[in-house]
Ligand binder design. Sequence first.
Ligand SMILES: Cc1cc2nc3c(=O)[nH]c(=O)nc-3n(C[C@H](O)[C@H](O)[C@H](O)COP(=O)(O)OP(=O)(O)OC[C@H]3O[C@@H](n4cnc5c(N)ncnc54)[C@H](O)[C@@H]3O)c2cc1C
Length: 381
Amino acid sequence: MPAAAHDVVIIGGGVIGASIAYHLTKRGVRDVVVLERSSLGAGSTSKNAGGIRLQFSSEINIRLSQLSLPRFEGFADEFDVDIQFQQVGYLFLITEERDVKPFEASVALQQRLGVPALRVDRDGIRAIFPELVTDDVRFGTFCQKDGHADPSSILNGFVAKARAGGARFREGAEVTAIDREGGRIRGVRVGDESIPCARVVDAAGPWAAQVAALAGIELPIRPLRRHIFVTDAVDLDHPIPLTIEFASSLYMHRESAGVLLGMADPKDGAAFDETVNWDFVPTVVERALARLPLLEHAAVRTGWAGLYEDTPDRHPILGCVDGVDGFIVAAGFSGHGLMHAPAVGELIAELVTDGRTSLDISPLAHRRFAEGDHVREHNVI
Ligand SMILES: Cc1cc2nc3c(=O)[nH]c(=O)nc-3n(C[C@H](O)[C@H](O)[C@H](O)COP(=O)(O)OP(=O)(O)OC[C@H]3O[C@@H](n4cnc5c(N)ncnc54)[C@H](O)[C@@H]3O)c2cc1C
């Protein structure tokens, strides 16, 4: 006798897969299985900087953040987990003429949508973060509601609640094939094991295109290496915002007694490479020292690299795929998957149970690439 079909199989046990599993069980779907080839959170979820922000330049990204933010603020009540959410704000520093108009437009859009973001001049920046060098800064944008939290606590919260609701998480379970019958999904395979299901959610992060290819679907998602370095203790006796020097992509926030530094290496092309390039440290440190000279007394204590999952318009791909019934994508977050995980889990669960979503996610449909209808987002680092 063939095994009974599961309601939903989720491929990928990162924050997105776990959030979807939790929200499905919350909506009464009991037979949910998450297949993770490694261990839960082993992908980008355990590599990220924990940043959570409302300040985006596209309406759909702002809406996803607005749905997610209250969930992070109320995480302890909903999940009984302290995610150490510090709403210290995000401070963008604009130094280049080419970024002036886009950021002015972003703040105007954010304010129209109810985001309490502000344009701040140099005095305003110094009032928020006095130790920063601001001579070359044209202006900043700041939103106090933004901040950062602990990614693994967020993941653990979703996983525990999803399990309590009946979802099963299988680690060491790599999906090696996806079975289709004509235009319908029939199941997935983990090695020799066939797992029947009518619906599959591709939540495989940077590997989502490889997973989709198993079902004969092309996803324009490419892996891009991103580094993080953390310094030892610094002499800073007040909270600092998550600060982004937009032109160089350097960002920093407090991490224990030190400072976490992130920056994109323009030399990194698309590749599944998570090795740390220690030769990149001097470049990052040089930029960081120019912006925050007090780092002079701190040494880089540790570092790691993870993968962004980039799409051509740096927006996620959410929802069904034309021509393949039962295949749902939740991937391509282009560096913002942690902060959008609550909204994405909720919306994908709505799609599965109701066939529609409370927020219009059609701008993020897979078909937009075939139709050349990309979304525009300027504030990506
Ligand atoms: C350096 C860095 C900094 C970042 N900073 C931020 C930030 O500040 N804020 C923010 O919101 N986002 C940030 N991000 C992005 C964020 O980490 C991701 O968007 C998010 O973690 C995506 O979660 P996910 O669950 O989709 O993917 P992942 O966490 O990568 O999970 C996908 C899982 O799928 C599994 N998998 C792959 N193939 C298969 C298969 N065939 N079968 C079974 N399992 C499979 C993988 O093992 C993996 O565990 C950052 C990313 C990086 C790299």
